[in-house]
Design a protein around this ligand. Structure first.
Ligand SMILES: O=C(O)c1cc(=O)[nH]c(=O)n1[C@@H]1O[C@H](COP(=O)(O)O)[C@@H](O)[C@H]1O
Length: 308
């Protein structure tokens, strides 16, 4: 899947990920009304609304982008119907040729991590049958439990040719409370970066490793250091747009080959129609607004890469 991700990025020339984080507030009223007429103001109604919203955004953008990243919390809040919408979204995006990064942020003791890895990247054995649970291509993984939590994911990645993105330096304001703490005189995130590089050496694709890293767009200087520590890791860079990250901050997350990083924007794309800049599309044109926002984001990042 890392090879497919790289191929998709080369084809689209857009190192970006559309984050499918559908809060109900972002779903235009006409989409909500239709879902509620059919299913009522219920969890099923909410799940139908977010699914129809996602589908329209994917239809409006899939030819421009290599990958999507559905964040499972946004679906889980609607219980089992919400998880149904997550699964439908994963399947639909894969049908459209997109690489799907399940933003699930898992990681636990070994036996539990093994079950998480099967749930999101693998197949589960049921009697004589091997069944596909959620079936994403990549999952985000929390490294706090160390190798016990990561190795079961690596095992499933090896069997299934899937990948992971390990949290190294997250984009949020308080990430330094833990991640920047000095260990032997160096910030913890650098040591985690070294672990990612070592885990990744065990599982290489053609050019990049199946083991990638998450580093927030909001910490460009740290991104520069981490790029060097993990030369073969693809870096998933969230924090563009709504959290303040801009193209000009991101050049150092990439390698000289112009590859090595993929930048996520969720609210900035899926709720673009609410921004003044894309106001002309109106609520009815929400998917076209998302398409325009994808084009602008790709141009912003490519310009930053060309300027360096
Ligand atoms: O793993 C992630 O994707 C992630 C890591 C991180 O450090 N910061 C971060 O914002 N994210 C996710 O990236 C998305 C960012 O959303 P926007 O701020 O709306 O673009 C959300 O789904 C977050 O959960």
């Amino acid at each position: 899947m890392i090879n497919q991700l790289v191929a998709n990025i080369r084809k689209t020339k857009a190192p970006i990920v559309v984050g499918l984080d559908p809060m109900l507030d972002y779903v235009p009223k006409h989409v909500q009304d239709k879902a509620f007429q059919e299913f009522g103001e219920t969890l099923e109604g909410a799940a139908e609304a977010i699914w129809q919203f996602n589908k329209a955004i994917v239809d409006g953008t899939y030819d421009l982008i290599p990958a999507v990243k559905p964040q499972i919390a946004m679906y889980e809040q609607f219980g089992l119907p919400g998880l149904g919408a997550f699964k439908k979204t994963v399947d639909y995006c894969k049908e459209k040729g997109l690489v799907v990064i399940g933003d699930v942020k898992r990681g636990d003791i070994g036996s539990t991590s093994a079950a998480y890895a099967i749930a999101h990247l693998g197949h589960v054995q049921v009697g004589s049958k091997s069944c596909l649970p959620f079936g994403e291509d990549f999952a985000t993984v929390n490294p706090y439990l160390g190798s016990d939590g990561i190795n079961p994911f690596i095992k499933v990645c090896r069997e299934e040719k899937k990948g992971i993105f390990v949290l190294v330096k997250t984009s949020n304001p308080s990430s330094g409370e833990i991640q920047d703490q000095p260990v032997d005189g160096r910030p913890l995130y650098e040591l985690v970066g070294e672990k990612v590089a070592a885990w990744g050496d065990e599982l290489m694709g053609d050019e990049y490793s199946y083991v990638g890293a998450v580093v927030g767009a909001t910490y460009p200087e740290m991104g520069k250091v981490l790029r060097k520590i993990m030369p073969k890791a693809y870096i998933l860079v969230p924090g563009y747009g709504a959290q303040g990250g801009k193209g000009k901050d991101l050049a150092h997350f990439f390698n000289e080959d112009g590859l090595g990083a993929i930048v996520n924007s969720s609210r900035g794309i899926i709720a673009a129609y609410k921004q003044e800049k894309y106001g002309k599309y109106g609520e009815e044109g929400f998917a076209e607004a998302s398409r325009a926002a994808v084009e602008d984001m790709a141009a912003d990042i490519i310009e930053a890469l060309n300027l360096r």
